[in-house]
Design a protein around this ligand. Structure first.
Ligand SMILES: [Zn+2]
Length: 372
């Protein structure tokens, strides 16, 4: 037991359901009915006077934890009661507080059925009581989620990954997308989407889901390693607008990766930033560490060696060359940004997440700019 007390932690856990084709169809019908019910309730709700509007139990999919009657039947399988579907097996990949492990503080508080291209899943809402971790004594680090390098740290380390799909898979995806576009084009007005086109859509969705899953796996591994190592992690308070801007580049440094950012990669990277930050936030909290955010402007254009933003400094997406005559530092552009991010934090520019305004944090251990 920790001498720092205990705290309640809420988290989600998603497990794949083993539904027979017949039960999967039943689940599809259920979802359809729930959707229809929701629409009905929502229409009714909008007719109500504002002060009477509550929708507490409108989502038919949310169940009380005890109704689910979850049991573990095998090392890899659990069983769960699903309303109107019955008792179903699911993949047991994480120890859940059920049976004799459940009590008032440690329990499943609800669940939701979720369908993605890989099939039906159950998303549990879990609550546990955990010892408050001791403060993490690891060093501070700045992180840039870059374009040429996925994650660059201010200490010079980088975390990279291969393309999410192999060349063969990418070629197959392209082929499927072109096939779908052709079939769609040759469809007569009012004609229903053919079985074959539906099948092609499913195959496309399957490949995209595969890429997303690989991206998430990589992010999990990487963020776990970072949260284990560092006590304070500083990131940019990034907005989608910033991301689009950085992909396009500037007049001086037109983005090389505009093409890469389109289609599949764009849809992944748009979510990826938020997911990386979310993972870091809870993984750091679990270890007694902290995530800090600093304002984004100029972190990629300022030189981290001399601290000046000199016009024309950023040469390419990959290489930063300082145009300040007295400096001339050059290095990896993402690494440069990561160092700036850490420096902003050390100078007291961390944002309060909720209010989103800069607080004057006492600048501690600020070394001369050249020695950052
Ligand atoms: Zn410089």
């Amino acid at each position: 037991m920790s001498d720092h007390g205990v705290e309640t932690r809420q988290f989600g856990h998603r497990a794949r359901l083993a539904l027979s084709p017949a039960l999967a169809l039943k689940a599809d019908d259920q979802a359809h009915a729930a959707r229809a019910m929701w629409n009905l309730l929502h229409a009714w709700w909008q007719l109500m006077p504002t002060e009477k509007r509550t929708l507490a139990n409108a989502d038919a999919a949310i169940r009380q934890g005890r109704d689910l009657n979850i049991t573990r039947v095998h090392r890899r399988w659990g069983m769960v009661n699903l309303p109107k579907i019955g008792r179903v097996r699911f993949r047991w990949t994480k120890d859940l507080p059920v049976g004799k492990h459940a009590d008032k503080e440690n329990r499943i508080t609800g669940a939701r059925l979720v369908k993605d291209p890989l099939g039906w899943h159950i998303a549990f809402r879990v609550q546990t009581l955990e010892p408050v971790p001791k403060p993490h004594r690891g060093p501070e680090i700045g992180i840039d989620v870059g374009i040429t390098v996925p994650i660059a740290l201010s200490d010079g380390q980088t975390y990279e990954h291969d393309a999410w799909l192999t060349e063969r898979e990418q070629a197959r995806l392209l082929d499927l997308e072109q096939r779908a576009a052709r079939r769609k084009k040759h469809r007569k007005p009012g004609e229903r989407t053919s079985r074959r086109l539906h099948h092609t859509y499913d195959q496309i969705a399957g490949l995209r889901a595969k890429a997303k899953r690989r991206a998430a796996d990589w992010q999990h591994k990487t963020t776990t390693k970072i949260a284990d190592t560092y006590g304070t992690v500083v990131v940019e308070a990034l907005t989608i607008t910033n991301m689009v801007k950085s992909a396009k580049g500037t007049v001086d440094a037109p983005g090389r990766n505009v093409a890469q950012k389109s289609g599949l990669n764009r849809s992944i990277s748009a979510e990826a930033w938020g997911r990386t930050v979310t993972m870091l936030t809870y993984k750091l909290a679990r270890q007694g560490g902290t995530l800090a955010k600093v304002p984004a402007p100029n972190t990629s254009r300022r030189c981290s060696a001399c601290g000046f933003t000199t016009p024309g400094s950023r040469e390419t997406q990959a290489l930063f060359v300082c145009r300040n005559p007295g400096c001339g530092w050059s290095g990896n552009a993402d690494h440069n940004a990561a160092r700036n991010i850490l420096h902003l934090y050390r100078m007291g520019h961390a944002l309060i997440p909720a209010a989103g305004r800069a607080v004057a944090r006492r600048a501690q251990r600020v070394k001369p700019a050249t020695a950052r």
